[in-house]
Ligand binder design. Structure first.
Ligand code: GLA
Length: 732
C-alpha cells in the first residue's frame, strides 16, 4: 500500500510485513527515513538528526544553517559533487565537462499495477502491484529523474528503477546511474555470493568496516565471480532470526553493488550498472532507463527473505508457458562425449535414457560447422553433415521415435577466428583497431550492440530451429568481454557499448521468446556465470555450474538458493569419478542433489550397471511425483554447508503444509560419530505426519522442536530423503 501525505511530503510504502518511507524535506531534498518491520504511517524523519559536522558542506539555500548537509543526511537517490561524499547514485557530465548532480524533489504520483521498463527485463503483474513515481530534477541541466517503485505487498518485495530524461536543450552524458540507493543506520554485515568458474556463489559474510566494500563485475556479464545479489543484515541474523535486507539486480551485464560504512557510522548500499567505461549520451528529449533492482526486507531472518524472493520470481519474473510447469527431465551428452560424437552415438545415449523414463535429449556443443575442439566453428550455425548426415531433419525424428523431445546447444554471442563468419566479417567481433584482440576459450565476442550482427545470427539460428521439432535451447556464453569497442559507434559513444551489448542480448532473447513461445530456454555461461534475475526473465532455468560434483553442488546450490528458486537451478547427475574433482559419490546422493534443481542426467547411461540403471529409473519416477513439492513448495535451508557440520539438509514444504520432503546428505564419515537430530521447519505444528509411509505418526511440533533422529552414517556421502505427509481424512 502506498500512502502519500502531500502536505508533509511523507511517502510511505507498506508491504505485508515491512514499511519503507521517504520524505521531501527542507530545500526539496528527498530523504530516506525508514526501511524495516511494518509500522504505522507516522513521520519517521525524527530519526534523522541535523548537526554541524566538520567538513560537511552546506547547500547555498541553507544560508547560514551549517547543520544542513547532504553529507550527513540519508538520501533516497544520492547526488554527486555537491556535498554528499558517499557513494553517488547519479553522476551527470554536461558539455561543460563538470561531473555533478544535484537532485531536488518535483512531484509524486501513485497508480495501480506495475511499471514496465522498455528493452529490459522486469518483474511484472497486475492489480497485486502498485507503482510509485517520485520525480526529482537537476535544475542546472534540466535532467529529470523519475524514481520508480513497484510494491508487491504480499511478498514484501519492492522493486526500483530510475528513468532519466534530458529535458534540457544540450546533450548530457550519464557517468553513473544506480538502480537503488539505500541508507541505513547501525552496525551491519554484508553477505555476498562469490566464486569462480565451477565454484559459483560461495557465501561470504563480514561486518561492514569503515569505507567501501563491494561485489562487482566488469566482465560484461554478471559473472561467476560475484553475483548481483547481496544481503545486508544485523549482527546475529540467521535463517530464522534477525533483520536482513536482500537486494537483487535484474541485469546480466557488468554491475556494482557497493556498501559503504560512513564517517557517521551509517551505511549506504548502491546497486546498478558498473560505472567502469560507462558514459551514456542523452540528447535533448532522450531518456535512459536503469535496470531494475528488487529488495526484500525480512524482520525474521534469511529463510523468509529467500522464500519471498522465490515466490516473487516464480510468479512475477518467470514467464509463461514454463512458469509453474514441470520442465522435462533431460539427458545432455556433454560430459559423456564432449565434441566427439555422431548421430549413432547420440541416438544410443538417448535410447538408454528413454528406457529409464527420461523425457528430453539435449545435443550439446559440437554439432555445427568445423567444431571438433573449442578452437573453431563458433558463428557457423550450420549442421556438421559429417557427424550428423541428413542434418537435424534426420536426427530429431529418430529421437522423437524413442518418445523423447529434442533440445539443442547454441552459443550465439561468440565467434571463432577459424570460422567462415569471422573470415567474412572480422569487424563484427568486439575489438579496438590497432590492438590485438584478447581471446577467451580461444574465441572472440560478437558485437551484440549492432543490429546487423544480431539479425544475421538470429537468421542462422532460425533456419536451424525451423528445420526440426526443437523444444529446448541451451543458450551458452563462454567468456568474459574484453576489448570492448564497437565499429558502429563514434569515439564519444564507446562508453555505451557494454550496456548496449546487454540490451542487444535481451532483444535477441525476446525475439526468440516471441517466435518460439513454447521452447524452453536454459541460460548458461560456462555453468553459472550469468545466473541473475535478468536472465531468468528470458531463460526460466539456468545451468547452475559446470561443476556437477554432488558435494561441491551442495554449497553452490545453497548459495544460489538465497535469491533464486529451486525451479531455476539447472542440476544434473553425472558420472563418477567426477571429471573436475575426481570424487566418487553414490548415484542415489547425486540424484538427491540434482533433484533439488531442474533434474536431469549428463552421462552415458549405457555405461551404468543394471543396479545403477534401476536407481536412475526410480529417481526419475520419484522426481516426477515430487516435482511440484520441490519446485513450487517453500524452501528451508536446515543446515549451513559452510559450517563444517557432518551433514547438509534442506526441506521443501507444500503451500498447505500437508507434504514435506527433507533431503539429507552426509559428508565424510568418521568413527564414533555423535547422535544428531534434525529439526524440521515449516510444518503444521498440530498435524500428525507419516514419514516415508511408515505406520508411526509424528507431530509437527515434535519434528520442528525436538527433531528427527538421524541414523548414524555408514560410509562417505550417503543421502536420504524423508517424505512427510499429514494424515487427514484424505491420504497423500
Ligand atoms: C560450457 C557449458 C557446458 C558445455 C560446454 C560446451 O562450458 O557450461 O555445459 O555446454 O560449454 O562447450
Amino acid at each position: 500500500m502506498i500512502v502519500l501525505d502531500e502536505k508533509s511530503g511523507i511517502i510511505t510504502l507498506h508491504t505485508k510485513n515491512t514499511t519503507y518511507q521517504m520524505k521531501a524535506g527542507s530545500h526539496g531534498v528527498l530523504l530516506h527515513t525508514y526501511y524495516g518491520p511494518r509500522i504505522g504511517d507516522g513521520d519517521l524523519s525524527y530519526l534523522i538528526r541535523c548537526t554541524d559536522r566538520g567538513f560537511s558542506p552546506n547547500p547555498s539555500e541553507a544560508g547560514l544553517d551549517r547543520a544542513f548537509s547532504l553529507d550527513t543526511l540519508p538520501q533516497e537517490y544520492s547526488t554527486c559533487g555537491v556535498g554528499d561524499f558517499r557513494l553517488p547514485s547519479l553522476e551527470l557530465e554536461p558539455e561543460d565537462g563538470s561531473r555533478l548532480s544535484d537532485l531536488r524533489y518535483k512531484g509524486v504520483e501513485r497508480r495501480p499495477g506495475k511499471y514496465n521498463l522498455p528493452g529490459l527485463p522486469a518483474f511484472f503483474g497486475g492489480e497485486e502491484w502498485e507503482t510509485l513515481t517520485v520525480t526529482l530534477e537537476d535544475a542546472a541541466t534540466q535532467v529529470e529523474v523519475e524514481l520508480l517503485y513497484g510494491v508487491l505487498e504480499e511478498e514484501d518485495l519492492i522493486t526500483r528503477a530510475a528513468w532519466i530524461v534530458n529535458r534540457g536543450s544540450r546533450t548530457v552524458r550519464l557517468r553513473q546511474a544506480a538502480s537503488l540507493c539505500l541508507d541505513f543506520s547501525g552496525p551491519m554485515e554484508l553477505i555476498t555470493f562469490d566464486g569462480c568458474h565451477a565454484m559459483e556463489r560461495q557465501m561470504s559474510r563480514a561486518p561492514l568496516r569503515p569505507g567501501i566494500q563491494s561485489a562487482e563485475s566488469v566482465r560484461g556479464t554478471s559473472s561467476h565471480h560475484h553475483n548481483p545479489f547481496v544481503i545486508l543484515c544485523e549482527e546475529g541474523a540467521g535463517e530464522e532470526q534477525g533483520l536482513c535486507y536482500g537486494a537483487a539486480l535484474v541485469y546480466s551485464g557488468s554491475f556494482q553493488a557497493a556498501a559503504e560504512r560512513t564517517h557517521l557510522e551509517n551505511n549506504r548500499l548502491t546497486m546498478g550498472i558498473h560505472p567502469y567505461h560507462f558514459r551514456y549520451a542523452l540528447g535533448p528529449g532522450e531518456s535512459f532507463v536503469t535496470p531494475e533492482a528488487a529488495m526484500v526486507c525480512s524482520p525474521s531472518g534469511f529463510g523468509e527473505m529467500s522464500r519471498h524472493f522465490h515466490r516473487a520470481i516464480r510468479e512475477h519474473l518467470l514467464r509463461d508457458p514454463w512458469k509453474g510447469e514441470r520442465h522435462p527431465v533431460l539427458i545432455n551428452n556433454w560430459e559423456a562425449t564432449e565434441f566427439h560424437f555422431d548421430a549413432e552415438k547420440l541416438v544410443d545415449i538417448a535410447r538408454e535414457a528413454a528406457a529409464l523414463g527420461i523425457e528430453m535429449f539435449v545435443m550439446d556443443d559440437g554439432w555445427f560447422g568445423k567444431r571438433d575442439t573449442d578452437y573453431s566453428g563458433l558463428g557457423d550455425w550450420q549442421v556438421n553433415q559429417k557427424k550428423l548426415p541428413g542434418g537435424l531433419e534426420a536426427l530429431v525424428p529418430r529421437i522423437n521415435e524413442l518418445g523423447m523431445s529434442f533440445g539443442i546447444w547454441v552459443e550465439p554471442e561468440m565467434v571463432s577466428e577459424d570460422s567462415d563468419l569471422y573470415r567474412a566479417h572480422p569487424d563484427w567481433a568486439l575489438g579496438v583497431p590497432g590492438r590485438s584482440r584478447t581471446r577467451g576459450r580461444s574465441q572472440l565476442v560478437l558485437d551484440f550492440s549492432r543490429r546487423e550482427v544480431r539479425d544475421h545470427i538470429y537468421g542462422e539460428l532460425k533456419k536451424v530451429l525451423d528445420s526440426a521439432k526443437i523444444r529446448y535451447i541451451k543458450w551458452d556464453m563462454n567468456r568474459s568481454l574484453t576489448d570492448v569497442w564497437s565499429a558502429a559507434l563514434p569515439p564519444e559513444r564507446q562508453g555505451e557499448v557494454y550496456h548496449r551489448y546487454v540490451l542487444g542480448l535481451y532483444e535477441m532473447l525476446e525475439r526468440l521468446h516471441t517466435d518460439y513461445p513454447d521452447v524452453l530456454i536454459e541460460g548458461c555461461s560456462g555453468g553459472g556465470g550469468r545466473f541473475d534475475a535478468g536472465m531468468l526473465y528470458y531463460t526460466p532455468q539456468i545451468w547452475c555450474s559446470d561443476n556437477t560434483d554432488a558435494i561441491d553442488r551442495l554449497r553452490i546450490q545453497y548459495g544460489t538458493s538465497f535469491c533464486y528458486p529451486v525451479s531455476t537451478m539447472g542440476a544434473h547427475v553425472s558420472a563418477v569419478p567426477n571429471g573436475l574433482t575426481g570424487r566418487s559419490v553414490p548415484m542415489e546422493t547425486r540424484g538427491v542433489v540434482a533433484m533439488s534443481g531442474t533434474f536431469g542426467y549428463e552421462m552415458d547411461l549405457g555405461k551404468c550397471t543394471a543396479e545403477e540403471k534401476e536407481t536412475v529409473r526410480e529417481q526419475t519416477k520419484r522426481f516426477k511425483g515430487w516435482w511440484q513439492l520441490i519446485q513450487e513448495g517453500d524452501y528451508y535451508r536446515l543446515t549451513d554447508p559452510f559450517g563444517g557440520g557432518a551433514f547438509t539438509a534442506w526441506e521443501h514444504v507444500s503451500g498447505d503444509r500437508r507434504e514435506a520432503l527433507v533431503s539429507i546428505v552426509m559428508e565424510t564419515a568418521r568413527a564414533t560419530p555423535p547422535f544428531s537430530v534434525l529439526r524440521l521447519r515449516g510444518l503444521d505444528a498440530g498435524a500428525l505426519y507419516q514419514v516415508n509411509g511408515s505406520e508411526e505418526l509424528w507431530r509437527g511440533d515434535v519434528l520442528m522442536n525436538a527433531g528427527w533422529p538421524l541414523p548414524l552414517p555408514t560410509g562417505d556421502y550417503q543421502a536420504m530423503q524423508l517424505y512427510l505427509c499429514a494424515k487427514r481424512p484424505s491420504s497423500c
